[in-house]
Design a protein around this ligand. Structure first.
Ligand code: ADP
Ligand code: MG
Length: 710
């Protein structure tokens, strides 16, 4: 056999052909190292040694026995092939059966001594072991005890065509290479970073951890191995985040002085009193702006918590310092809405507000709107627009796409940040003068559970608006069973008679309907023809062009329709203060955080508002989940609950960028998340080039992270 290394391709291992290699590749495994870092998702406990004479139904463990007889039987029913054997030890005899493995009779012969692992059952007449794992006694094996029996046996996530037995066999070969795995967490490292209480955590060395994650010696070592590998996973994630964070903070930003008198005057001019949360967060931001390193902050606040005003205070302060701010929104209609509100709030100020979307370029100062007429310059062959005469520029993707330039960019704000990709946010950030990074503020209504704040957003500072303005009516939420549908329709009819409007949200009904055209048109036809033949109904789905989407929403706002049937595209959108009912079809298909977001589209004015969750699912769990939403209004609590029940993917919906997928760490590992975050940050702060820790640096490079070298 050729010698095996960590870097050896799995194709070159014995017993692996092209086909198996292809299947392993589907699991992301191409080298021996990949294999070693592929962890079981559970273990079967076959450690108990069972004597046949003492065996009882329900007992799990391993029996060491000799085969007395073995034969194949083909059942008449469905012609299933059963391999039946009788085995014995010095205390008794036992029946063993395997299904659909006729080749076993060529592998196992009477007289063979084998280990059998599984659960003993009673078939009505005899005790029997059904489809046990089996293996021969092999004194030369690389692993103490068995690979498939007599131990905590690993069970791996598989793909079609691979078997557990195959994977365990490969793993038992791969572990020979474990001594090659380098340890970066040296005693010296632990000593130097001694304030991190390593002792509390009992971290195994990496080699022992890898060996025990696959073939644990006992439960205790397994738990310790899991801890070390969770630590491993979280540490590298945190180190990458810490390096990004550091890289951003080493850039130069314009220091923005706090214009206290003016900002106070502005706050007093508002038609409402700021909430305490708004005050607190605005203060955090204003302090960040004073520094000459860029702010990198994420502002989270439920729908309606008043994020815009907070951003505006920052933008006004920047304008008063002679710098520009830009606010990017995900849709044209939202940008226009921000332009209108902000221009109005600043009408007493000598501050010019610009609007840049694909279809309009405007500017407003002291309530006077004029066409934005920036000089067009030929810039490296590409036409560009340089905006010099606006202090606050509000826009859409057009800001990036149309090669817009600014004169003195000090602050970038991105509204509904999850609607943009990393690249888009970065592109906007890079619009400042050479060598200067603007301050950066992202805003989102999606709640951020603690586990995600500690991992996914670990490179950012977080601010939370955890308070809604006073006097908001809470939205009455009801789960509607199929039988009550007519009642809900009657209620909707009534609301519309009172002059209100209604949203109807439809989930995507099949894979081919990515843009929701089918879902929405089917629902539209039903409502239009059968349920509400007298009402005017509008349609909104992903296939419409942006301008058309805006148009439909504008018409809804202008009361051209009573009902708007839409896909989840309506999640962020224009304010429709007159809408009082949010009706959601197939509610069980959405994450609770997303449902909560939809619900936030109503209840924006003085009318009591309602949210109806329709579901045809008879599943009790579905009901409980939806019922939780109807009982709770706190977006954060809702998100934590849903995260526990359904995991990350569903919480954020499919379009969310950068959600981490843990291999072994869990969302409850707060302590480790905190420990690794502190460690990584301290390490980077002390020595961002990691020169003192070549082991760490090498491993980071292997994991695809780069050190930023000053
Ligand atoms: P969101 O956080 O969802 O972006 P907005 O900034 O759009 O919320 O604010 C929602 C509405 O609440 C706006 O009409 C805004 O003028 C209003 N608002 C903001 N702050 C307050 C406050 N402190 N008191 C009352 N109304 C407020
Ligand atoms: Mg908003």
């Amino acid at each position: 056999m050729t010698k095996v290394f960590l870097s050896t391709s799995l194709k070159n291992l014995t017993r692996i052909g092209e086909v198996t290699a292809g299947r392993l590749k589907k699991l992301g495994l191409t080298t021996v190292e990949d294999l070693l870092f592929y962890y079981p998702h559970r273990y079967s406990d076959f450690t108990r040694q069972i004597k046949i004479g003492e065996a009882g139904a329900g007992m799990s463990g391993t029996i060491e026995a000799q085969i007395l007889s073995i034969k194949n039987i083909v059942t008449r029913y469905r012609r299933q092939s059963i391999c039946e054997a009788t085995v014995s030890d010095e205390t008794g005899e036992l029946k063993v059966v395997w299904f659909n493995q006729p080749y076993l009779v060529t592998q196992l012969k009477p007289g063979d001594r084998i280990f059998l692992a599984g659960t003993v059952e009673f078939d009505g007449f005899n005790l029997v072991m059904r489809s046990p794992e089996w293996e021969r006694f092999n004194p030369a094996a690389s692993i103490k005890g068995g690979v498939h029996t007599g131990r905590l046996v690993p069970v791996y996530p598989l793909t079609a065509g691979l078997t557990e037995k195959q994977l365990r066999f490969l793993m038992s070969q791969a572990i020979v290479v474990i001594p090659e795995i380098g340890e970066w967490l040296t005693d010296n490292f632990k000593f130097q970073i001694s304030n991190f209480k390593f002792k509390e955590f009992k971290l195994l060395n990496l080699q022992t951890a890898i060996r025990n994650i696959h073939f644990p010696e006992n439960q205790e070592l397994l738990a310790q191995a899991q801890l070390r590998l969770k630590f491993e996973e979280l540490f590298w994630l945190q180190l990458k985040k810490a390096l990004t964070r550091h890289q951003i903070k080493t850039a130069k930003a314009p220091a923005i002085e706090f214009k206290e008198v003016e900002i106070k005057k502005f706050v007093q001019s508002l038609p409402f009193k700021l909430t305490n949360a708004q005050r607190k967060v605005a203060w955090q931001i204003l302090l960040d702006l004073k520094k000459d390193t860029p702010m990198n902050r994420l502002l989270q606040g439920d729908v309606g918590s008043g994020k815009t005003i907070v951003a505006l205070m920052a933008m006004l302060n920047v304008a008063l310092n002679g710098h520009q701010s830009v606010l990017m929104a995900p849709t044209e209609i939202l940008a226009k809405q921000h332009f209108a509100t902000i221009s109005k709030l600043l009408r007493e100020w000598d501050v010019s507000v610009g609007l840049v979307t694909r279809s309009s370029k405007e500017r407003c100062i002291k309530n006077k709107v004029s066409h934005l007429r920036p000089p067009r310059a030929d810039f490296g062959g590409q036409a560009s627009i340089k905006i010099t005469d606006s202090n606050i520029i509000i826009g859409t993707h057009a800001l990036i796409q149309e090669n817009i330039k600014f004169k003195k960019l000090g602050l970038v704000v991105v509204d509904e940040q999850h609607r943009f990709g990393v690249e888009q946010r970065k592109a906007l950030r890079e619009k400042s003068e050479k060598g200067i990074s603007p301050h950066f503020l992202s805003m989102t209504a999606t709640p951020i559970p603690r586990s995600l704040a500690l991992t996914m957003y670990s490179d950012l500072d977080l601010s939370i608006l955890d308070e809604l303005p006073a006097g908001r009516k809470s939205i009455i939420t009801k789960v509607v069973a199929p039988d009550d549908r007519p009642k809900a329709y009657d209620f909707i009819n009534e609301q519309i008679k009172f002059g209100r409007q209604v949203f109807v949200i439809c989930p995507l009904i099949d894979e081919s309907d990515k843009l929701g055209v089918k879902a929405v048109t089917t629902e539209f036809a039903k409502l239009d023809k059968e349920v509400f033949p007298d009402l005017k109904i509008g349609l909104l789905h992903g296939k419409l062009k942006d301008a058309e989407k805006d148009d439909v929403q504008q018409q809804f706002r202008d009361k051209k329709f009573d009902i708007l049937v839409a896909t989840s595209v309506v999640e962020v959108g224009v304010d429709i203060p007159n809408a009082s009912v949010m009706m959601i079809e197939g509610a069980e298909r959405f994450g609770l955080a997303q449902l909560h977001q939809f619900r936030g589209r109503v209840g924006r004015a003085e009318h009591q508002s309602y949210c109806f969750l329709f579901t045809d699912s008879p599943n009790q769990n579905v009901f409980e989940r939806l019922d939780f939403l109807s009982q709770n209004t706190d977006g954060f609590k809702i998100a934590e609950y849903d995260l526990k029940i359904r995991g990350i993917g569903d919480l954020y919906g499919r379009q969310q960028h950068g959600v981490p997928e843990f291999k072994i760490a869990g969302l409850g590992d707060y302590k480790l998340m905190e420990l690794t975050q502190n460690m990584a940050r301290a390490l980077v702060e002390e020595d961002p080039s990691l020169a003192a820790w070549p082991g760490v640096k090498k491993r980071l490079a292997e994991l695809g992270g780069a050190v930023h070298l000053e």
